[in-house]
Write a protein that binds this ligand. Structure first.
Ligand SMILES: [Zn+2]
Length: 230
């Protein structure tokens, strides 16, 4: 099913345009976040009210989705202002995972957009990856969607962190790994989802779509290997 969903998304990709400028205004960030929600929902990457999205704004704060909104049906009221430490700047409740967005902006000054999605491929694949091991992606043309990769011969290792509801603990685990490997385009949370980012929303979207597609490939390979000889 996930393959069909992704194929549908690829067809729609031609119609997806988003602002490419850096340091955009809050109002433009709201528009881009709503577009991102529509796009990711079309791809099957925003089931229920899952996921959260943010953009660093030109006043060095961020626009981030509120908690509990369906990302395929976002309106301007479902996006809010917060500072880059996660302090809210208006009377709304931000995503429970705001601290992870703050961490990514803190570590990567060039990053201006962060996307977090939940998917079947990520949830299933990370269930069978042993603790402490990354998901290894190698030999795929799609790897070139990542900003630091220019050949299918690259080997990209996406770290997998155990899920927890405590974002301070999760942030403390993610931070040293991203510091050691600043070229990592995304990380995974076990049985939960993906975090991907970019210099703008278009790049973050490219990273998320590529990662989701590549995880689907890896899941299918494991499935084929497990049924060989049956
Ligand atoms: Zn999540």
């Amino acid at each position: 099913m996930f393959i069909l969903l992704f194929t549908k998304g690829l067809i729609k990709a031609q119609a997806f345009t988003i602002t490419l400028s850096m340091g955009i205004s809050y109002d433009q960030a709201v528009i881009d976040i709503i577009k991102a929600g529509n796009r990711l929902d079309d791809l099957g990457l925003a089931p229920a009210t899952s996921g959260n999205y943010s953009i660093r704004t030109d006043d060095n704060k961020m626009a981030i989705t509120v908690s509990g909104a369906h990302k395929g049906m976002l309106c301007a009221e479902d996006v809010m202002r917060a500072d880059l430490s996660g302090n809210v700047l208006e009377d709304k409740k931000p995503s429970a995972e705001t601290l992870l967005h703050c961490l990514i902006y803190k570590l990567f000054p060039k990053v201006n957009a962060v996307l977090h999605t939940h998917s079947v491929a990520c949830s299933v694949l990370t269930r069978v990856i042993k603790s402490g091991e990354p998901v290894i992606l190698q030999g795929y043309e799609m790897l070139k969607a990542y900003p630091s990769v220019n050949t299918h011969e690259a080997c990209v290792k996406l770290p997998v962190f155990d899920n927890t509801q405590d974002m301070e603990i999760l942030s403390s685990l993610v931070e040293p790994v991203l510091q050691q490997s600043p070229d990592i385009p995304a990380f995974l949370i076990r049985c939960h989802g993906i975090y991907g980012w970019g210099e703008d929303m278009a790049e973050a979207m490219r990273v998320i779509e590529a990662t989701e597609m590549l995880l689907s490939c890896e899941m299918n390979i494991k499935l084929m290997n497990s049924t060989k000889g049956q």
